[in-house]
Design a protein around this ligand. Sequence first.
Ligand code: C2E
Ligand code: MG
Ligand code: MG
Ligand code: MG
Length: 291
Amino acid sequence: LVLLNATHRLDRAVLRRKDDAFVKPPLVADLKKARSRGEIFLVYQPQVNLADEEVVGVEALVRWSHPIRGLVSPNEFIPLAEAHGLINSLGSWVLEEACRQAASWDEDVLKGVAISVNVSPLQLAAPGFADMVQQIEHKTGLATERLILEITESSMVRDNERGFRLLDELRRRGVHIAIDDFGTGYSSLSYLRDLPSDYLKIDRSFVRDVPGKPEAEAIARAVVAVGKSLGYQIVAEGIETRQQADFLQSIWCDKGQGYLYAHPMRAGELADWARKRTRRVAETSPQHMEV
Ligand code: C2E
Ligand code: MG
Ligand code: MG
Ligand code: MG
């Protein structure tokens, strides 16, 4: 019996050792303290008009620099924040920080451009979300029409009625809405027709395979054609090569974002990037040439 018991205990120990939560201390405890410890920050990725590469917007992306694990991906800690009731406070902080930054941009190429902020479906579901957005705009001085809230397609499908009403309300107040990761969810054409929204962002998984893969090309073409005829502006995410950009422009996709143009950068780097770009624009633009 003693022997049996011992093996049993050993088994359990082995099992627990295999369990991630045993090897690494639970991340959520650290996440709770991360904000107050200054480990959470934002990076910003420019968006351009595909036709002339003019900067038209910037997307804010949240980062967590964990003291031991290093950078933890938002794909990992956003779901964790959602599961443990931390997403509303994290999300409001992100929104306020992004709006404050955007309101302060005064480099020529950034002045007045749109700021896109990713929003979790749980934030949308929280009572008073639209009022919270408005308060942050007042507090930071950001002009309402500069704000774009990015919402994933799949999150909207879950609670159509309520979600639609909220997006409607936000848009009546002047906020713009983008449907993120478009093409990866299950939305129908009637949903696309009725969705109170301004932008469709074609998911990176389709952009990755154009040009060259006929299926990806067909999907990109279809999203642009249907989206534009329903009044959306189309943004392609994850553009890494000139060929991708050229293809997307040739099918009349409006905007693009990706490593080809710029990686996400911290606020200070973004300002440097913008200053360099302002100089470049000034040097090459015909209006500024001496006659
Ligand atoms: P997303 O909103 O679709 O953001 C685009 C992701 O693609 C970002 O990853 C960005 O860094 C990455 N990316 C941009 N250009 C390229 C490229 O050319 N090639 C490749 N391979 N990747 C590119 P990131 O920052 O890791 O964010 C992942 C996701 O986490 C986001 O996807 C978004 O869904 C979520 N997320 C990020 N920040 C926030 C936030 O503040 N709140 C919420 N709720 N979700 C966020
Ligand atoms: Mg996004
Ligand atoms: Mg996206
Ligand atoms: Mg994506």
